[in-house]
Design a protein around this ligand. Sequence first.
Ligand code: HEC
Length: 222
Amino acid sequence: MPSGMRSHSLSIYSLISHVVRSYMVCSDSLRSCSCVLVAVSLWLCASPWVMPAQAQGPSYEMGRAPTDEEMRRLGSSISPDGEGLPAGSGTSAKGVELYARRCAGCHGAKLEGTKNAPSLAGGKGSIGTAQPDRTIGSFWPFAPPIWDYVKRAMPPGAGGSLTDDEAYSLTAFILHRNDLIPENEVIDAKSLSKVKMPNRDGFFPAKLDDINKQRCRVGTCK
Ligand code: HEC
């Protein structure tokens, strides 16, 4: 049995036995009950059987720690304002061939989407209507997360396989096909952060009071 599991079941056993003991004393008098409960709580906090399970978590003896290289490829943290974007650059023109080779099979040659993947362009002006078409161009409020998403997750199963420059070129390609930048604009950390997405001001904090008043569920409120 893995060591983590053993310490876990021991701590549950000790917890049950002490609850039973404290219940037996409880039936004698109320005062001794509270004394024993306090003592048991203190004992549990100090117990070496409980502490390792809580402090370290169970060990399932599976998997391994990620390598530095894996963390570099997949563990990036890019904020909406572009902080954390790496060096490098790309243009839509450079992304054309790459998109056709590695993305169009799922997202469609014209970014129109297929049954396997959502569209990446279009939907202009549809947000706020009864039938919103949520694409990067119509819906996403910030541009830097496009780079982050493409780099980290696309193509599915091979996330992190694109170079930083390739991810910049594909981001530029998607932005260009949404009429948001010219074909030859160089997209890098600085210029990507400056792209203002059409739906930037379309998000606002939910007013929970209003939602509760209307008693409606997410997605069905008017
Ligand atoms: C095997 C099919 C497949 C391929 C190839 C693929 N994608 Fe995707 N892509 C998907 C699916 C499925 C989703 C939706 C994932 C989800 O919502 O959880 C997606 C989502 C996305 C999104 C987010 C869209 C949105 O509005 O939420 C972007 C951006 C994207 N893909 C870009 C790319 C790029 C760039 C490539 C080429 C490097 C690519 N994808 C290749 C299947 C694919």
